[in-house]
Design a protein around this ligand. Structure first.
Ligand SMILES: Nc1ncnc2c1ncn2[C@@H]1O[C@H](COP(=O)(O)OP(=O)(O)OP(=O)(O)O)[C@@H](O)[C@H]1O
Ligand SMILES: [Mg+2]
Length: 430
């Protein structure tokens, strides 16, 4: 039996395994003339006429991006699918007249990850150790998390995995971090992704491994469904939505009303954006355009939805965030078709936009320490990982509590997959 580790992320996925010679090998994926180990967790569906009949083709990851960009008439590009898992309301969705469950859509991505890994590693893969967040996006309690995990498990089964188990994502990151240690430590892991921020307080090191890991080595896990995508939502709310009509007015039956804000609440979440392109929503939008005081803005909103510009918008927001992680100010530019939005954003302004999210993250960390009865001084090292750990305001939460000298980081996009691969090697053995 061959087992691999798969970190199915909200934004990026990664796949790894432990080869017979030891170490960790990552799967790599061709993209834009190079190879990447971070596979964009997106799905692109396109309706194609073949021999006079309509068929739906689906593409994932880099291939999905390339197909989407090349398409004259855009199909449907879905991002952040993982964020649907806890939602009992969304069982299935209609795309090009056919119903798909969330599990089926996710399974398409997992299938391609598995096929690529089999090809690159030259083995038949039947088992997996898969990551899961401590709290799924949108989950309110353990029962929502169980529901979400069951769905994710079904997606893995649909993708052809015969057996496997789940590991908490921050615990997996801890396994990876442990592999770099020559002494034991009590560590706090903070993994900040696209959908979730996850924490583990855990004792690791060669000594712990040698004597055998005990349940009490894991002092606690905590998580919150707030991370990079929630930061993106605030960028869209402040920079993009106003240019697309949020806060503008429409005249209806002699009354002046604000343009409905629910449209923009969907626009700012990647997993909903592509689903705005439905007949009833488009009809509503056309009615609003006819009554709008500033119809050009609604026209631009219609263009974003009709052309399914979520991918370009995501890229623009991602570039801004990376710019703000590196400098005190950065340029925002979202340009596509007749839309051309530009703005200079100060890091300070961005931090004000996301203060609520930062606060939720800080509360989560503090409550983990409190419930484990561990003081900040007892933690030897804080390991920060995941793409959103680059955000200086996220790091500041830890710098103020633990001091810079105790903070480590690295392998932001692969630490979880590396840890899952180490767990998968053990799973093969069991
Ligand atoms: N330099 C950067 N500055 C700020 N944010 C960044 C940077 N690079 C990546 N990100 C953000 O990191 C997030 C993706 O991180 P990552 O790949 O670790 O998430 P994920 O594993 O897919 O998500 P999750 O773990 O929540 O399921 C995105 O929101 C992305 O915009
Ligand atoms: Mg992650």
């Amino acid at each position: 039996m061959a087992a691999i580790g798969i970190d199915f992320g909200t934004t990026n996925s990664a796949v790894a395994r432990v080869p017979s010679g030891g170490g960790v090998e990552l799967a790599t994926f061709p993209f834009e003339g190079a190879f990447t180990d971070a596979y964009r967790s997106l799905l692109y569906l396109e309706q194609i006429k073949e021999r006079g009949r309509n068929t739906v083709k689906s593409f994932t990851g880099p291939e999905g991006i390339e197909q989407y960009l090349a398409a004259e008439t855009k199909g449907r590009l879905i991002q952040s699918l993982k964020s649907f898992l806890s939602s009992r309301l969304l069982e299935s969705t209609e795309i090009f007249g056919k119903l798909y469950t969330v599990e089926e859509l996710i399974a398409r991505i997992l299938q391609d990850l598995r096929a690529r890994a089999e090809q690159q590693f030259g083995i038949r893969i039947d088992a997996v150790v898969a990551g899961r967040p401590v709290r799924f996006v949108g989950s309110a309690n353990d029962s929502d998390d169980d529901f979400a995990q069951n769905r994710l498990q079904q997606a893995f089964q649909l993708a052809g995995f015969e057996s496997g188990r789940f590991e908490m994502e921050p615990v997996a990151a801890a396994h990876y971090y442990e592999s770099t240690l020559d002494h034991d430590e009590l560590i706090l892991i903070g993994d900040f992704g696209g959908g979730t921020s996850d924490f583990s307080l855990i004792r690791v090191g060669p000594g712990v491994r040698k004597r055998g890991r005990k349940p009490e080595d894991l002092l606690g896990n905590a998580g919150v469904g707030v991370a990079g995508d929630a930061f993106d939502a605030k960028i869209i709310r402040h920079l993009v939505a106003p240019a697309l009509g949020l806060g503008s007015e429409m005249r209806s039956f002699g009354k002046t009303l604000p343009v409905p804000s629910w449209l923009y609440a969907k626009l700012e979440r990647w997993h909903y954006l592509s689903f705005l392109r439905a007949r009833d929503v488009m009809n509503t939008l056309r009615t609003i355009r006819a009554q709008a005081v500033e119809p050009d803005k609604i026209e631009a909103l219609i263009e974003v939805i009709e052309e399914d510009l979520g991918y370009q918008l995501h890229r623009a927001v991602q570039r801004l965030k990376a710019g703000l992680s590196a400098s005190a100010a950065a340029e925002f530019r979202f340009s596509s078709g007749s839309i051309d939005l530009r703005a200079t954003v100060e890091r300070q302004a961005f931090e004000l936009w996301i203060w609520e999210e930062l606060d939720k993250i800080a509360v989560c960390v503090d409550s983990l320490l409190l419930s484990a009865n561990v003081g900040a001084k007892d933690v030897d090292v804080v390991f920060l990982t995941g793409g959103s750990s680059f955000v200086p305001a996220v790091r500041a939460i830890f710098e103020s509590r633990f001091g810079r000298e105790r903070i480590r980081s690295g392998n932001e996009f692969t630490s979880v997959a590396r840890g899952l691969a180490l767990a998968a090697a053990k799973f093969e053995f069991d």
